[in-house]
Design a protein around this ligand. Sequence first.
Ligand SMILES: Cc1cc2nc3c(=O)[nH]c(=O)nc-3n(C[C@H](O)[C@H](O)[C@H](O)COP(=O)(O)O)c2cc1C
Length: 218
Amino acid sequence: MKNDIISDLEQRYTAKRYDSSKRIPKDELETLYRAIQLSPSSINSQPWKFIVIESDAAKERMHNTFINKHQFNQRHIKEASHIILFAHNPRYTRDDYAQVVDQGIADGRTAPENRELAFGGFSFAALNTLENGDTSAWTKAQTYLALGNTLHVLARLGIDSTTMEGVDSELISKEFQQELDGYQCDVALAIGYHHQDEDYNTALPKSRLPLKTILTVL
Ligand SMILES: Cc1cc2nc3c(=O)[nH]c(=O)nc-3n(C[C@H](O)[C@H](O)[C@H](O)COP(=O)(O)O)c2cc1C
């Protein structure tokens, strides 16, 4: 079984060192941003924000969030081409969903007279909201769908990446308070091109559990 999809996914891997002289071309970044925007989510809720760390000044700010922990990921911040913060809305409300509904009207999916009806889907968000208004478990899951989609698109584009749950969410919340606007970043993604000699992970074979232990066809 070999096709383009499988070879993309076999070739993608988690980069451990980046070539700091290489930067992702603008047109590929635009493809990536559009792919991120097209990520699916439950009830089309899109309870996410993506903060792209591109400038040296922004990289410095992100670099500083590693002072307490996860230093093993820190060097990617300055060496990789870009870092994307994947952030979720921890308190998704009906007002947030109103933006989705109104966008659906603007995009011609929903007739304006059916606006109230379109809120029906929100019951699913309500089901996933704790008594205290916390929606994190559900909204964070949506954000990981965008992450998975992004990883696949990067593989297609031949861009290397490092997913990093090894980030300091608290310090990121403080440092990027204004940009995050109450959203929570628990995972970030370094993207760029691996270092030719110093990325030990390029030479290692892919390792996954046998298909028969993870997949059942009934
Ligand atoms: C949600 C998630 C969080 C991860 N966090 C880190 C991390 O903080 N640092 C790191 O070097 N790799 C991290 N990884 C990389 C995984 O270890 C890696 O994807 C896994 O071992 C499979 O290897 P592959 O990506 O090379 O196929 C993370 C991956 C995922 C999906």
